[in-house]
Ligand binder design. Structure first.
Ligand code: NAD
Length: 715
């Protein structure tokens, strides 16, 4: 009947028609403009055919439909309000046409039915779902609401309460939950799906149940009192706020408000309200950033996979140093299936390292993610030792001993002598250069940086640092190793602070300058937390530890003496001199006491103000926006320099590293995405305004040129 690139229709027995999604050259089905056009044409051909008794909607892939094709979103969202609304009005016409077919329709959902996939399924009269299926609306995770009628059909098929829950959380539900909510009519084993869906279609076509009545309900307002609807919406809104959704990510609350309002309308008016909300969100900062993050994640995965093709084999690993980092790295590797030799020079440290691993495994057993047997297996695959025995059997070594150049150099030479000539040796240094560390090595081509962030088991980023002599095979092997640990590896060039700590340094310089200029450090923390950071800069120094922070900033500012010079004395230095190391010894900028759960609880310490006074030039109050501008502009400036110097290959990788490594607020999408959002001409104007504060406020010429040409970092 109809044959397209994503959809085909064919006659079945009993004058039923099957409409099958089978996207050419792809393992999944998704909705793009072409697929929507095909759906329209296929629906029209079914509507025009004589004697059709019913339609079965299926997928020829492992899943049903994964959702919309997100690659097209950035260009669409950058177009006009009218253009966005027109696209969704057209899409809704197609979904309506499916819903309004003159015969009964049954969908067989055989796997993921997300976003647009579920919206199509809700346009049909009945849904039969395989036990393996997952149904949901993940749109809020992209800063959006469903746009093909999901907010309109779900409350009329299931209930307003279900709709609020499913859409505001963004979480997919399994088949049983879908059945319980009234979204699925039946749940059957995958092999029985087609027959069960056909059987239901047969019943509907024979008039054994009233599919027309179901359909009529979808055209009207929801049959529930408006006071009840607003009560359940208020409750969901409160839960959303409590879960920490903030003003910077408005989608979940916008969804709640939309659903409550549109439930009272008939289909067309409700669809129009949905499009209006979708468009407003699509033009906002959060959606632009979250969509970009999604696309960048895909890109990063693809790059890591391509790179891993050049990797050497990865059967067994060794970790040197069982301290804070080494213990966590050994556990993470072992937990993902790589046996690890864990070497230290002190038995006590090995005991601490293994105790850490045991603690993480215990948590996973307690939460039901791991069986005790599997946890025991993971622990047994970490071999603690005080010598180099069996180091000739490992493919990769990760060095995580103390951060001292001479110690690391001698340890690295030692380990090179006891490993095979093809073994890759990686260092987890946070501040030393790869090219400075490799001088004692016979095979510097096998040497590379593997920079984890603390705590290693939880932090998703690994910077893979390519030294001047590092081979592609070494980079590829460590990229593969990091990926196998479930981390996101980002390849960066060797240099002071590599990428993430380098960009953190001017941010902290700016913090210390603000303190010097008399701004209250608590006000700075509050401003940055309101702007969306998980913690302000003073608090962050307390968490990192003043000694570590001081050391890292010192080394990095010495690496860029012209642009990132520190004052002779500054706030971090003063705290360190007073042995106020932060959380680790109970006092830094703030004072810490253990709360009932044993976690450090911070309070303001008047002594901090006294200690900072000698540094300060009077007292100054700045508005939140002024603090944010002075803290964030140096981040953008340094990011632009890093891109110019090819520290990292693309804006995508740079921004993802900052999001994953620094905790930069998601809604910014990264430093360069934020610069794009502000407008590069505005960034230049800000830079000119603050140029006298220091060179870390001065944008590179490349940014100025881009601004002059009206370009952006993300085209
Ligand atoms: P740590 O002091 O907790 O642990 C270092 C361990 O190395 C100790 O157990 C020590 O006994 C052991 N060690 C010393 N000499 C050794 C040798 N010759 N052979 C084997 N083991 C030896 O230090 P850490 O915080 O885990 O840092 C380790 C490395 O990770 C450093 O290079 C540090 O810069 C880097 N790093 C640390 C962090 C962090 O936040 N702590 C973050 C990223 C990277």
């Amino acid at each position: 009947m109809f044959q397209g690139k994503s959809i085909r229709t064919q006659w079945l027995d009993e004058r039923f028609v099957e409409l099958c999604f089978d996207r050419e050259g792809s393992v999944i089905n998704k909705f793009d403009a072409a697929t929507l056009q095909e759906l329209q044409a296929a629906t029209e051909s079914i509507a025009a055919a004589a004697d059709v008794r019913g339609v079965l909607i299926t997928s020829a892939k492992d899943g049903f439909i994964a959702g919309a094709d997100i690659t097209g979103f950035p260009a669409l969202f950058a177009s006009s309000t009218g253009a966005i609304q027109a696209v969704f009005a057209d899409a809704n016409k197609v979904m309506n046409a499916v819903e309004d077919l003159p015969v009964p329709t049954v969908v067989a959902i055989n796997g993921f039915a997300l976003g647009g996939g579920l919206e199509l399924a809700l346009s049909a009269d009945c849904r039969v779902v395989s036990t393996t299926a997952q149904l949901g609306f993940p749109e809020v995770k992209l800063g959006l609401v469903p746009g093909f009628g999901g907010t309109v059909r779900l409350p009329r098929v299931a209930s307003v309460a279900t709709t609020l829950e499913w859409i505001s959380s963004g979480a997919p539900r399994n088949a049983e939950a879908a059945k319980a909510a009234g979204v699925a009519d039946e749940v059957v084993a995958p092999e029985a799906l087609r027959e069960a869906a056909l059987a239901l279609l047969r019943k509907a076509a024979a008039g054994e149940f009233d599919w027309r009545a179901r359909r009529a309900m979808k055209l009207e307002a929801v049959k529930q009192a408006s006071a009840e609807i607003s009560a359940v919406a208020t409750k969901t809104g409160e839960a959303v706020r409590k879960a920490g959704v903030n003003k910077h990510q408005p989608a979940a609350l916008a969804a709640v408000e939309l659903i409550a309002r549109s439930a009272l309308l008939h289909r067309q008016a409700a669809l129009e309200l949905e499009t209006e909300t979708f468009t407003r969100l699509a033009q906002g900062q959060a959606a632009a950033s979250l969509v970009q993050i999604f696309l960048s994640e895909q890109l990063l995965k693809k790059r890591a996979k391509e790179r891993a093709k050049n990797a050497r084999s990865l059967g067994k690993a060794a970790v040197l140093g069982a301290g804070i980092m080494g213990g966590g790295i050994a556990y993470t590797g072992a937990n993902k299936g790589t046996p690890v030799l864990l070497k230290d020079i002190q038995q006590q440290q090995l005991d601490i390292g293994l105790a850490e691993a045991r603690k993480y495994l215990g948590k996973q057993v307690a939460s039901g993610k791991l069986t005790q047997q599997r946890a025991d297996g993971v622990l047994a695959s970490i071999q603690p030792q005080l010598d180099y025995s069996n180091f000739d059997t490992v493919d990769v070594v990760v060095e995580a001993v103390v951060e001292k150049l001479e110690v690391k150099r001698s340890v690295l030479a030692e380990v090179e002598a006891v490993t095979r000539s093809d073994a890759i040796i990686a260092t987890n240094t946070s501040s030393l250069r790869i090219d400075d560390l490799c001088v004692t090595l016979q095979r510097p081509e096998n040497f590379v940086g593997m920079h984890f962030f603390n705590p290693a088991p939880l932090m998703p980023l690994v910077e893979v640092i390519r030294g001047g002599k590092t081979s592609e095979a070494a980079v590829a092997t460590i990229v593969k190793f990091a990926s196998s640990m479930g981390k996101t590896p980002i390849v960066v060039k060797d240099g002071p602070g590599f990428l993430v700590n380098r960009i953190l340094t001017p941010y902290m310089l700016s913090f210390m300058q603000l303190v010097r200029d008399g701004v209250d450090f608590v006000a700075i923390d509050k401003a940055m937390e309101q702007f969306g950071w998980p913690m302000g800069p003073a608090y962050l120094n307390d968490v990192i530890g003043m000694d570590t922070a001081n050391h890292v900033f010192r080394i990095i500012s010495a690496g860029f003496p012209d642009r990132l010079r520190r004052d002779a004395s500054d706030a971090v230095q003063v705290m360190l001199e007073q042995k106020r190391l932060g959380q680790k010894n109970g006092v830094g900028f703030y004072r810490y006491e253990p709360d009932p759960a044993g976690k450090p609880k911070k309070s303001i310490d008047p002594a901090t103000y006294e200690l900072l006074k000698p540094l300060q030039r009077g007292a100054q109050q700045l508005a939140l926006e002024q603090i944010v501008e002075r803290m964030m502009l140096p981040v953008i400036v340094e990011a632009a320099w890093c891109l110019d110097e090819e520290v990292v290959a693309s804006p995508h990788e740079l921004d993802m590293a900052l999001l994953l490594g620094l905790g930069l607020p998601q809604y910014l999408g990264g430093a360069l995405k934020y610069a794009d959002w502000l407008g590069l001409d505005n960034v230049v104007a800000m830079s000119d305004r603050h140029a006298t504060l220091g060179k870390h406020f001065v944008v590179p010429a490349s940014l100025r040129e881009k601004a002059a040409k009206g370009e952006r970092y993300y085209q």
